[in-house]
Design a binder for this molecule. Structure first.
Ligand code: FES
Length: 137
């Protein structure tokens, strides 16, 4: 296991912002929700998988967590996206763009932009499945 300080330095050199590094190291919004309203796993073209779980109350996201088998990019993007969507309606959450996630993070290496896409797609699929199950989509 790489020492945390070394990890931070390496991520910094690779082009991750302090915020993105903090999200990855501290696993912000990572975990499971007890009795989630929606839960879905999605595997991206890179082969990495993310699972998003949401608690939804009257069409609004009250809790959002994720787990990933993926890279630092996927963790920082997942953390950012869960943070952004908390308190938003499902429709507002569906409209969050990759640019908004990247703006929130500040900086991640250009080669990791597709990891932001993994987070966005997983959320989209989670909401889609939730609506499908409830007969609203
Ligand atoms: Fe697959 Fe980052 S390389 S999510």
């Amino acid at each position: 296991m790489v020492d945390e300080q070394v990890q931070v330095e390496l991520l910094n050199k690779s082009g991750y912002s302090d915020r993105a590094i903090n999200y990855f190291i501290n696993k912000v919004n990572v975990g499971e929700i007890e009795s989630p309203s929606a839960s879905f796993s999605y595997t991206g073209p890179c082969g990495d998988t993310m699972q998003v779980q949401l608690k939804i109350d009257s069409g609004r996201i009250t809790e959002a967590r994720f787990q990933a088998i993926g890279c630092a990019g996927s963790y920082s993007a997942g953390s950012a996206l869960m943070k952004i969507i908390k308190g938003k309606t499902l429709e507002q959450a569906e409209e969050i763009s990759e640019e908004q996630i990247l703006d929130h993070l500040g900086n991640i290496p250009p080669q990791k932009i597709h990891c932001v896409c993994l987070a966005k797609r997983t959320l989209e699929q989670t909401i889609k499945q939730y609506k499908r199950v409830r007969g609203k989509g």
